[in-house]
Design a protein around this ligand. Sequence first.
Ligand SMILES: NC(=O)c1ccc[n+]([C@@H]2O[C@H](COP(=O)([O-])OP(=O)(O)OC[C@H]3O[C@@H](n4cnc5c(N)ncnc54)[C@H](O)[C@@H]3O)[C@@H](O)[C@H]2O)c1
Ligand SMILES: [Zn+2]
Length: 364
Amino acid sequence: MRQLNVELGERSYPIYIGEGLLDEVSSYFVKHGISQKSPLMIITDEKVAPFYLEHLTERLSAGGFKVVSAIVASGEQSKSLANLELLVTKALEGGLDRKSAIVALGGGVVGDLAGFVAASYMRGVKFVQIPTTILAHDSSVGGKVAVNHPLAKNIIGAFHQPEFVLYDLKTLQSLPDREVKAGLSEVVKHGLIWDKEFVDWCIANAGAMVSKQPEALGYALYKGCGVKAQVVSEDEKESSLRAILNLGHTIGHALEAVAGYNELLHGEAISIGMIGSAKLGVRYGASEDLLRVTALALESCGLPTRIPAHYDTDAILAAMMHDKKFSEGTVVFVVPVEIGKVEIKPDVPIQWVREIIEELKQED
Ligand SMILES: NC(=O)c1ccc[n+]([C@@H]2O[C@H](COP(=O)([O-])OP(=O)(O)OC[C@H]3O[C@@H](n4cnc5c(N)ncnc54)[C@H](O)[C@@H]3O)[C@@H](O)[C@H]2O)c1
Ligand SMILES: [Zn+2]
């Protein structure tokens, strides 16, 4: 079992990563002072529930906890105000009070939704994250929780840190291959912004990660969570440093929007976005090696590095303008300087971005 801590003063909390942690879940709940008198509510989705909900409920009940559970549909559309209301109804019917805890069992969707329920129910109750996707190594650390509005993603939310994060590597075995690769995109991102050695490790161990070898995944999640935890500790509310976590996301979000949020998974879109950022880095004077190593790391994990040719460049740029503040033909971008180091460039010429998008569509 590996452990690391997110240092946030009195809101600090640990992340536990290991195989079979769900078997001893009760001991973690006891250790962290989760109430055995007040009921707790597990929130999960319809794809995760058949694999792990019964086991988790049984282990917690055996440990003396009163358990209520709620299952939402799988997918981004579940991060809705309608679901918030449904879940609050469930919580009230289940007798949850101020001492109760909300437990997220699932990927980033369940984590963000359950976290927002925890942040708002009775003005905030305890929250525990049990992530079951690789991508959730990113979403379960840092305390950003939210639901979507039909006009904008993650626009109704809060900062609500969990009591602890329990990552049972066994749960990743049922994750579809495409979701594994998409999650690795954020793992590689954490290396690219912070830790060159970890990028080299990712390249050398990509095969082991893609084939879900627990030892490789355990180390990758430990390192990825570690980078995110360090960044978040230094800048919890994103006043400056935390913005570096957006590497690849300016182009990535625009691609997701143009793709209509179903053709490309988030991790796939930001993989392409990180290639775009590396190309920008080279334009600003970084060595060609930056681009080569970035591409190697992402391709080794089976991730896409090119924009599908049928995507319209103007539509991508328009989506970017919608997403970010533009001033006088420039845009704010996270740009790599070398592997493991990035800078925030406040004034990247849009013309450069347009040229890079065109290159990303044409390359073979
Ligand atoms: N809060 C943050 O800081 C933050 C950061 C990054 C992403 N996010 C959010 O995270 C969400 C994406 O997270 P995600 O990629 O984990 O998506 P997800 O939760 O939708 O999970 C992906 C898919 O895998 C299924 N699944 C989950 N675990 C499984 C398992 N163990 N076995 C089989 N199937 C499983 C889910 O049902 C879903 O179909 C987005 O809503 C995004 O906004 C939040
Ligand atoms: Zn992301």
